[in-house]
Design a binder for this molecule. Structure first.
Ligand code: ADP
Ligand code: MG
Length: 271
């Protein structure tokens, strides 16, 4: 006689969409990352041994009180600055082994940057701004026209290709900056407070766009933010305090994420 095992009740419950979990080796990781700054005679320890990793296709938010080292970490991840000790490893390549020229080539070709202040060049059109990473790299932009059209469509800016930045709203400028960050098909996109200069509606728009880029283009994104709502769009939130990772939590993509993140940040800010 065959006994039918009862099906566990949990299996019939609807589950929240699984966060992007990543397989295989990380796209980017750090080993015991330390950054010291000298301010006159005073040494500031901005990072005190950070082991951070981001997997392919993941969207990670970095949060923490002001001065906790978020921007310093993002700058080191992007090769904009070098650590005092420890390592940043991009797809297996140790950035410390690279000359300054090789490092700037890594920044131009393999990393996309999105800044709080958009940083578009005012004399160039929106389309030319998107192509800028190719031009700065000394390459011919002609083969990238199709990609440009696709990216402008994706960020909802197809009609604005020939506008100058001062003819665009803040939200529209940031969407152009997102397209610019993607033109080289970078291995990772780094964003420092990308919604910091935007009203909440344009901010939500930009965050939803980053989420879609991650889901549909398998882009990997690391975003620094002090806004819990922004962090709730990520797959995982890493909390920094005094230059160290003190906590991490995966988002469930439900309406409790925002509450959890805001509470955790408030605790770190009050300690
Ligand atoms: P966050 O982005 O979390 O606000 P930062 O990474 O900007 O923090 O700064 C971390 C710490 O390092 C702070 O104490 C800050 O004052 C210090 N710091 C950052 N940049 C420099 C610098 N260029 N020179 C000296 N100290 C710095
Ligand atoms: Mg900062």
């Amino acid at each position: 006689m065959v006994t039918t095992l009862p099906v566990p009740e949990e299996s019939t419950l609807p589950t929240a969409p699984a966060p992007n979990t990543a397989q295989g080796p990380p796209v980017l990781h750090t080993e015991a990352l330390v950054k010291r700054y000298l301010l006159g005679e005073v040494e500031v320890m901005a990072l005190r041994g950070v082991d951070f990793r981001v997997n392919r296709g993941e969207f990670v938010a970095i949060m923490g009180p002001s001065g906790s080292g978020k921007s310093t970490l993002l700058h080191l991840l992007g090769g904009l600055d070098r650590p005092s000790s420890g390592e940043v490893i991009l797809a297996g390549e140790r950035l410390s082994t690279l000359s300054d020229d090789a490092l700037s080539q890594v920044r131009r070709r393999r990393i996309g940057f999105i800044f709080q202040a958009f940083n578009l060049l005012p004399t160039l059109t929106a389309g030319e701004n998107v192509l800028l990473p190719i031009l700065i790299d000394g390459r011919d932009a002609a083969p990238y026209q199709e990609k440009l059209t696709t990216l402008l469509g994706m960020v909802g800016m197809a009609e604005r290709q020939h506008h100058k930045p001062d003819q665009l709203s803040g939200g529209q400028q940031q969407r152009i900056a997102i397209a610019r960050a993607l033109i080289t098909e970078p291995e990772i996109v780094l964003a420092d407070e990308p919604t910091g200069n935007l009203d909440s509606k344009s901010g939500s728009n930009v965050l939803a766009m980053l989420r879609r880029i991650c889901d549909q283009m398998q882009a990997t994104i690391v975003m620094v933010t002090h806004d819990p709502r922004a962090a709730s769009f990520a797959d995982r939130v890493v909390f920094l305090k005094d230059g160290q990772i003190v906590d991490q939590c995966p988002n469930q993509r439900d309406d409790q994420d925002l509450v959890r993140i805001a509470q955790r940040l408030a605790m770190l800010e009050s300690d």
